[in-house]
Write a protein that binds this ligand. Structure first.
Ligand code: HEM
Ligand code: HEM
Length: 189
């Protein structure tokens, strides 16, 4: 597999970036929508896609560790570079912790986790309250719930800043940052 080069990103980097980007934006939107509108029918879909996303995220993290971060296409102000780097870290950590916290919240909370109908962690029904579940560990479930909620909003903010940065590079600086992530060769300078 070709590694990233300063003027051209590897196909693996590009494919994993867009697969994870589309999945994460979809999951953030569905997550907020289903909670705000109490659309419980979406919960099972949200969980199943979230579990699938973990595999892509693991591949991406291994690829980043092996390959390092893409180098900027040109020399930017150090504040701009630090902000971009910080966003990349928040985004990559968020893509790991969101599905992990979601899975642990559902598993320890007794609600179970399934993958499109295949039971991965069974529900834990409360025999005295039909329709309700018993938590295996309420403290861990509550901690992971809080993490899923707050980190979700932090990641939404980081994604918005990240997209703004990508558009600034493309429309104002007129450099190849966005084009390179879309597969074009960036001419140095
Ligand atoms: C891939 C990454 C994921 C993202 C980006 C994501 C995002 C979100 C967001 C933004 C919310 C709304 C939070 C709120 O307003 O309180 C949410 C809710 C929820 N997520 Fe996820 N999620 C992901 C994966 C998962 C996974 C893997 C599971 C479980 C297996 C899960 C289970 C849930 C549940 C049960 C809720 C509703 C919580 C409630 O009722 O308060 N999520 N998710
Ligand atoms: C429309 C949405 C998006 C656009 C236009 C976009 C654009 C870009 C661009 C142009 C780069 C290259 C930056 C550079 O060369 O320094 C990049 C890198 C990156 N983006 Fe996005 N992005 C989007 C969504 C997302 C989302 C939703 C996530 C994660 C939640 C994400 C995570 C990352 C990360 C971690 C990098 C660093 C390089 C890598 O690991 O592949 N992006 N993005």
């Amino acid at each position: 597999m070709q590694p990233d080069k300063p003027d051209r990103l590897s196909l693996v980097t590009i494919a994993l970036h867009w697969l994870v980007a589309v999945s994460m934006i979809g999951m953030l939107a569905i997550g907020v929508y289903m909670v705000e509108t109490e659309t419980y029918s979406l919960y099972s879909w949200h969980k199943s896609f979230g579990v699938l996303i973990i595999t892509m995220v693991i591949m991406r993290v291994i690829w980043r560790i092996k390959n390092g971060w893409p180098v900027p296409v040109s020399q930017y102000k150090s504040i701009e570079q630090s902000l971009a780097k910080a966003m990349h870290w928040i985004l990559i950590i968020g893509t790991v912790l969101m599905p992990v916290s979601g899975t642990l919240m559902s598993a320890f909370g007794g609600n179970g986790v399934d993958l499109f109908g295949l039971e991965l962690v069974p529900r834990n029904p409360d025999p005295e309250n039909p329709g309700k579940v018993l938590a295996h560990n309420g403290d861990i479930a509550a901690f992971c719930h809080a993490m899923h909620h707050w980190l979700g909003y932090i990641v939404i903010g980081a994604v918005l800043l990240h997209i703004t940065g990508a558009l600034k590079h493309h429309c104002l600086d007129k450099d190849a940052t966005l084009k390179r992530m879309l597969g074009s060769r960036a001419h140095s300078g």
